[in-house]
Design a protein around this ligand. Structure first.
Ligand code: SAH
Length: 502
């Protein structure tokens, strides 16, 4: 017996929507050393793997550059024998039209332990996301999952007579390029040419499309609309269902592409809110957040925190960076009686996450308002510690000093412009395929101008606040929507509002 310590997980990644991965699938990804994935898998799912996990794309079905099955099997065995935890990630379910038997046979032969984690197969996604019930009372008492494509070079094994007589719904996988062939055979075998059909392309993804027609029209619809895989074709009376069909595609931002530009690690909430509303949400961080060049000033301030009356945080990043540093050398008692000010709800929430309550949060989330709120608390003679980024506005320090406060500033994190734009995002913007770009700070506005220049005008700009809008204006860009509450929620509302007007 070989000394096998690794294990292979055959994991179903679901049909496309990254939220349809199972909890077990996510666990497996989180512990994987190497992930071998099919092109059908939504790359967003790979984010659950550790950054240092090796990610290997096995190529595209139906194309020459797909890795031959034997080679895939060999990779699985080799990695496992080297003691690695391997995730073999497949689109949909790993057992449905997915060569699982070949892979498990190779693993059994090599004595490699494995586990199979089911996923939501495309047909089930069509049932939910395209609202076509696969079974229905007497009209559809059974469902057949059928391949529209026999293996290359092999004669058809399908009995179309039996399929034509099947008492229920037929769902054809891999039937796009071969539609002319299988629809003709099905009709020749006795299935009525006017049987309702539905072609569902990219189900559960932000560009899902459903086309309703008859069985006889399927191939023509595909040709006329130049439809490319992946698509499923549902054949049967249920394909004509109209009621309850549109929940997914009638969400307010469906079909709208919104670029999120916040730093990595902070884009998720905004991106999730927008995609829940139906938007397609590429992420292009415009700035990168990192540790300060020098921690010493922060450490020195932390060592004598008792000398300050206020600690003032001008961003959630600042809260995270400063408190993270503080708790390395001291504990919560270091904060003693010092008061805490947060520029807005995001910073206040970050404080709350550390079991701290902000004493002051201004009604309007900008430096001027925070300075004013602090002045109302009587700033004269008070000692303020301002926790800030490597760049940013000086307003707060100036106003507090002017009000008679003594102000010390420490840089708790650096904020740098992203050096290059993602190629796909740049291409989409060039082609006018991005509807909105969210601009959530002046630093982001400046970085976007550097990254995209004139092409930034190909999309509508949504600004989080008048300060950010003013920066965009100075840079020569128009603002199409501005948040009235200067928060991520406010920004989303502004986009929703503008879309409704459009
Ligand atoms: N194991 C996968 C199927 C792989 S075969 C599963 O269980 O879903 C590939 C075929 O699946 C595609 O040709 C297409 O017919 C179908 N498919 C996969 N994802 C799809 C999607 N999001 N929308 C429509 N069809 C999809």
């Amino acid at each position: 017996m070989p000394d096998v310590t690794g294990k292979v997980y055959l994991v179903g990644g679901g049909p496309g929507d990254p939220g349809l991965l199972t909890v077990r699938g996510r666990e497996c990804l989180a512990r994987a050393d190497v992930v071998l994935y099919d092109y059908l898998v939504n790359p967003l799912i790979l984010a659950h793997a550790r950054p240092k996990a090796e990610r290997v794309c096995l190529g595209r079905h139906g194309r020459d550059r797909i890795m031959p099955q034997q080679e895939i099997n060999a990779h699985l065995v080799r990695h496992a024998r080297a003691g690695r935890t391997v995730v073999r990630l497949k689109g949909g379910d790993p057992i449905v039209f997915a060569h699982a038997a070949e892979e498990t046979a190779a693993l059994v032969e090599a004595g490699v332990p494995y586990e199979i984690v089911p996923g939501i197969t495309a047909a089930l996604a069509v049932g939910s996301y395209a609202g076509i019930p696969l079974t229905q009372g007497d009209a559809a008492s059974a469902v057949a999952l059928v391949t529209g494509q026999e293996r290359r070079g092999k004669p058809s094994e399908l009995n179309y007579k039996a399929l034509a007589a099947f008492p229920g719904t037929l769902v054809f996988y891999m039937g796009v390029t071969t539609a002319k062939d299988w629809t003709a055979k099905l009709i020749a075998a006795g299935k009525p040419a006017d049987t309702p059909a539905a072609i569902v392309r990219r189900c559960s993804l932000p560009d899902q499309v459903t086309i309703s027609c008859t069985l006889a029209r399927v191939a023509d619809e595909i040709a006329e609309r130049k439809l490319r895989p992946p698509a499923l074709v549902v054949v049967g009376s249920v394909a004509a269902t109209q009621v309850g069909r549109d929940w997914f595609t009638t969400r307010p931002l469906f079909g709208v592409r919104v670029l999120v530009t916040r730093a990595a690690g902070q884009a998720e909430t905004l991106a999730a809110t927008l995609s829940d509303l139906g938007a397609d949400v590429p992420v292009q961080p415009a700035i990168e957040i990192g540790p300060p060049d020098d921690w010493q000033p922060v450490d020195e301030a932390i060592a004598r925190l008792e000398q300050f009356d206020w600690i003032v945080f001008s961003s959630g990043n600042g809260v995270r960076a400063f408190l993270g540093r503080l708790f390395r050398s001291r504990d919560a008692r270091a904060l003693g009686a010092v008061k805490l000010a947060a520029i807005g709800p995001a910073s206040a929430e970050e404080l709350a996450r550390h079991h701290l309550q902000a004493d002051v949060v201004p009604d309007e989330y900008r430096a001027e308002a925070l300075a004013e709120a602090l002045q109302q608390e009587a700033a004269a003679g008070k000692r303020f510690l301002l926790v800030r980024a490597s760049r940013g506005r000086e307003v707060l320090a100036e106003e507090l000093t002017a009000a008679g406060g003594s102000v010390e500033q420490v840089v708790a994190y650096t904020s740098r412009d992203a050096q290059a734009a993602d190629e796909l995002v740049a291409e989409q913007l060039r082609a006018g395929e991005i509807d909105w770009i969210t601009v959530t700070s002046s630093a982001i506005a400046r970085s976007l101008a550097q990254l995209f220049g004139d092409e930034l005008r190909n999309a509508r700009l949504a600004s989080i606040s008048p300060v950010t809008s003013a920066t965009l204006g100075e840079l020569g860009y128009d603002v199409a929507a501005e948040a009235s509450a200067y928060t991520m929620e406010g920004l989303v509302d502004a986009i929703l509002h503008a879309q409704r007007e459009a």
